[in-house]
Design a protein around this ligand. Structure first.
Ligand SMILES: [Zn+2]
Ligand SMILES: [Zn+2]
Length: 90
C-alpha cells in the first residue's frame, strides 16, 4: 500500500492498517511513531483538491480533517489548544 505524508513529521512514512474487532482504521507513522484513528463514517470532499479523500482522524489530543491527497489539515478539536493557549505544534 502507498505511503502517505505523515501529518506530524511530514515524512512519507504514514500508513494504515485495520484494527482488530472494531471496524476502525489505524494510521501509523513508522518514522515518528505518530498514531491516529480514522473515524470511518466521516469522509468528505476536500476543499483544496476537490477529491473525496478527506477523512477524519483522531489522536490523544485532537480530532481533525486530513486529506490524504493534498495533506491539508483542519483541526476540529485540540485539547492542547484549549489547555495551554495556542502552543504551536508544527
Ligand atoms: Zn511521522
Ligand atoms: Zn485535498
Amino acid at each position: 500500500m502507498a505511503l502517505q505524508i505523515c501529518p506530524k513529521c511530514k515524512e512519507s512514512s504514514f500508513t494504515w492498517s485495520i484494527g482488530e474487532g472494531d471496524l476502525i482504521t489505524i494510521w501509523t507513522c513508522y518514522k515518528c511513531r505518530y498514531t491516529a484513528y480514522e473515524v470511518e463514517s466521516f469522509e468528505r470532499v476536500c476543499e483544496l483538491c476537490k477529491n473525496r479523500t478527506e477523512i477524519r482522524l483522531k489522536d490523544e489530543v485532537k480530532i481533525y480533517w486530513w486529506c490524504n491527497r493534498c495533506n491539508s489539515v483542519n483541526i476540529i478539536r485540540d485539547k492542547h489548544a484549549s489547555q495551554n493557549h495556542m502552543k504551536k505544534n508544527h
